[in-house]
Ligand binder design. Structure first.
Ligand SMILES: *Cc1c(COP(=O)(O)O)cnc(C)c1O
Length: 407
């Protein structure tokens, strides 16, 4: 049978200004050494990847517990696929609310010690839905200057006044609140719990106390915390005692190895999300196999906190051997400075069998292009030693003036 849509004769649309715009813009990006390309990469296991026909040990996946390839979790996804099919078929508000959501949301709320939880299509979509549901024109969002792009995007989408405070600087946030709080109806403070490009922790207990004093609502994004810090329960449990964070969002795509986002909060807030968060209402529910996988992953983390401690232990062992400051999360940045130097360092490591991403502006501030290493539970200790020796001798000692650990 011939294909239904013949491949020949694609219709050529004459929209020259559009292509000229795209080409000129790409030229600008290229000249700043910031052009990005997608490189086909096959993840063979939780730690090994294949790229350009070579097997490389990856230190740039956020799969902290290597659950993307865990046999029991894959089985949970396969079983859900057999029972419920591939896609949800509709928004959760229509017919996409398959029975697996309730179980996952109950687990999330239990781990985060909140009344309720709500799952979104992704972490990015969660923040785009949560922030405009809570604040709007006339309100105030104070945001850590290094907060993740999707917290910024959600804040801007809300049309509230968005004011950054200096990175992890509680005194600066307090000064801004004193000055600005009285002029706004509602106020929200937004921060990462674990910062995605620096690996440091937000001072959540102090921010929570500050927020309470000024009647501001604290939203902490725990994308890199759940499953890896605070006994696996996340950044609001990583400071000795539990930080009182009323809005705890995060992702199911990093340590949980699946996909999706969530908010854990009071029953009233979660109910409001289900009624008002546009990215929840107007977007299809997550595929059932993905929800089942996230649920099985969370179950594993709850039952095996010792396994969840491994990524940080490995990151610390690496830093000790490389001569870097002790990390507080499995994310270890090595700031190089110029984008081309960061790329050269990444290439060097790749020649030795290690995949380590060079992170460049605008993902990080100008002048702070870096290597970003993420450590995971199954990274072999001897390979970590080999990588540390290479980083120390060939990167840190080569450029002592510019290459420094960000912390
Ligand atoms: C990765 C990340 C997100 C986005 O989560 P996705 O589920 O991948 O969309 C949000 N916030 C932070 C801090 C992240 O690192």
């Amino acid at each position: 049978m011939p294909p239904f849509f013949p491949a020949s004769n694609p219709c050529k649309i004459d929209m020259r200004s559009l292509d000229e715009f795209a080409t000129a813009k790409l030229g600008e990006i290229e000249r700043s050494n910031l052009r990005r390309t997608l490189v086909e990469t096959t993840r063979v296991t939780g730690i090994w990847v294949e790229r350009h026909g070579r097997r490389l040990l990856s230190f740039c996946c956020n799969d902290y517990l290597n659950l993307t390839h865990h046999p029991a979790i894959k089985e949970a996804a396969i079983a859900a696929l057999r029972t419920y099919g591939i896609g949800a078929g509709a928004s959760r508000l229509v017919t996409g609310n398959h029975p697996l959501f309730a179980e996952l949301e109950a687990r999330l709320a239990r781990v985060k010690e909140t009344d309720a939880a709500c799952v979104f299509g992704s972490g990015y979509l969660a923040n785009l839905g949560i922030i405009p549901t809570l604040v709007g024109p006339g309100d105030l969002v104070l945001i850590d200057e290094l907060a993740h792009a999707c917290l910024w995007a959600g804040a801007r989408l809300s049309h509230a006044a968005v004011v950054p405070f200096r990175h992890v600087d509680v005194a600066h946030a307090e000064m801004l609140l004193r000055e600005l709080r009285g002029r706004h109806r509602r106020a929200l403070i937004a921060t990462d719990g674990v910062f995605s490009m620096d690996g440091d922790l937000a001072p959540l207990p102090a921010l929570a106390a500050l927020a309470q004093r000024h009647d501001a609502w604290l939203l902490a994004d725990d994308a890199h915390g759940l499953g890896v810090v605070g006994g696996g329960r996340g950044s609001n449990f990583a400071h000795g005692k539990k930080a009182d964070v009323p809005l705890q969002m995060g992702t199911l795509s990093k340590a949980l190895g699946a996909y999706g986002g969530y908010l854990c909060a009071s029953a009233a807030v979660i109910d409001l999300m289900r009624n008002r968060a546009r990215t929840l209402i107007y977007s299809t529910g997550l595929p059932p196999p993905i929800v089942a996988a996230a649920s099985a992953a969370l179950d594993l983390i709850e039952r095996q906190p010792a396994y969840a401690a491994l990524p940080l232990t490995k990151a610390k062992a690496f830093a000790r051997r490389a001569g870097l400051a002790e990390p507080v999360s499995p994310i270890v940045p090595i700031v190089i400075g110029a984008p081309e130097a960061a790329i050269a360092a990444s290439r060097l490591l790749e020649q030795h069998g290690f995949l380590v991403a060079a992170i460049r502006p605008p993902t990080v501030p100008a002048g702070t292009a870096r290597l970003r290493l993420t450590f995971t539970a199954q990274h072999p200790d001897d390979e970590i030693e080999r990588l540390a020796a290479l980083v120390r001798r060939r990167i840190l000692e080569q450029a002592p003036a510019t290459a420094v650990a960000a912390q």
